[in-house]
Design a binder for this molecule. Structure first.
Ligand SMILES: [Fe+2]
Length: 326
């Protein structure tokens, strides 16, 4: 598939086996925070939630931490906050570091995503790239980020990607793509194309030598168990609402401590690894105000995200829970 926003550069491609090496670090608790989207208030909320944990968690921002922060001050704040922890590349960061003008937003949008959404996404990225916010130092920092990362959480190997186990901007771990089908997710997104079976996900996990895959990128969160021995946690967006009527983002928390956190929206325990979706309770009013000042009505980001910021998505928590509740 070609065209800005729908292309998949070779640099995006890797194999599940590439995650099978030694872990980058070991921790007892891990936050995986995908899709911050330049929301500095969500960043503050993530860091405040982390500060309440003892011992403190490791934090991995697994891409698209920039996007709507097309101004020097928020861009610098996101840079500083993210790089004080760990990070992996998202398509937004990749697009900021490449000279490939044909890449657009780098989202590798599948055919079922409507053209105006793709066009607007490309325009948002173009403005971010062209603005003064992205310094050479930032570009160099982002270019040095890995495309994926493997960690251990209390000895459990966990793979962290932006898209899926084969591509930085892959859509095969989207809620609408995975089997068994969520009929509403497929109808709402207009999903077409091959579904991702549990056998495929289990094969990826086996080849990556991980018990859990954490991803983001495709916008809608869920937690799913595969073959009774692997978990996939897609956190949706940390910097945008994910559920109907909600005004908070979402992060994935993994821990060797089996106790569910009090603020868990949903979660499960598999072989001693606790995985939960936690709300990122950011200051909605301030975020909304900043978003509208940067992206007023008529702007491409407004067209794509204003409704979501105010009203969330069609998704309910029940749709996101694809695991036995434990
Ligand atoms: Fe993405």
């Amino acid at each position: 598939m070609a065209g800005p926003g729908r292309s998949c550069p070779l640099a995006y491609r890797y194999r599940p086996e590439d995650l099978a090496g030694p872990p980058a670090f070991d921790t007892t608790t891990l936050y995986v925070v995908g899709g911050l989207y330049g929301n500095t208030h969500a960043l503050d909320a993530v860091l405040a939630r982390a500060a309440a944990e003892h011992p403190p968690p490791e934090i991995v921002f697994n891409g698209d931490f920039h996007y709507l922060d097309a101004a020097p001050e928020p861009f610098a704040a996101v840079e500083a906050g993210v790089h004080a922890h760990r990070a992996t590349l998202g398509n937004v960061e990749y697009a900021l570091t490449t000279g490939d003008d044909a890449l657009g937003c780098g989202c590798d949008y599948p055919a079922y995503v409507a053209d105006p959404v793709v066009t607007n996404s490309n325009l948002v990225l173009a403005r971010l790239r062209a603005g003064a916010a992205v310094t050479d130092a930032a570009r160099a920092r982002l270019a040095a980020l890995p495309r994926h990362l493997t960690a251990t959480v209390g000895g459990h190997r966990v793979g962290i990607v932006h898209g899926d186990a084969e591509s930085l901007a892959g859509w095969r771990l989207a809620l609408e793509a995975v089997d068994p089908p969520d009929a509403q997710a497929r109808a709402r997104t207009g999903f077409s194309g091959p579904a991702t079976t549990s056998a495929t996900v289990a094969d990826w996990c086996r080849r990556a030598d991980v018990v859990a895959l954490c991803c983001t990128h495709t916008g809608l969160p869920y937690l799913q168990e595969h073959a009774a021995r692997y978990l996939v946690a897609n956190n949706g967006c940390a910097g945008l609402p994910n559920f109907t009527g909600a005004r908070s983002g979402l992060l994935t928390r993994l821990s060797a401590d089996p106790r569910p956190p009090a603020d868990s929206l949903y979660g499960t325990t598999l072989d001693g690894l606790r995985v939960d979706a936690l709300p990122v309770r950011y200051d909605h009013e301030r975020w909304r105000e900043e978003f509208l000042s940067r992206w007023p009505a008529g702007s491409p980001a407004h067209a794509n995200y204003a409704d979501r910021i105010d009203e969330g998505t069609w998704l309910t928590v029940d749709h996101a829970v694809r695991v036995p509740r434990r």
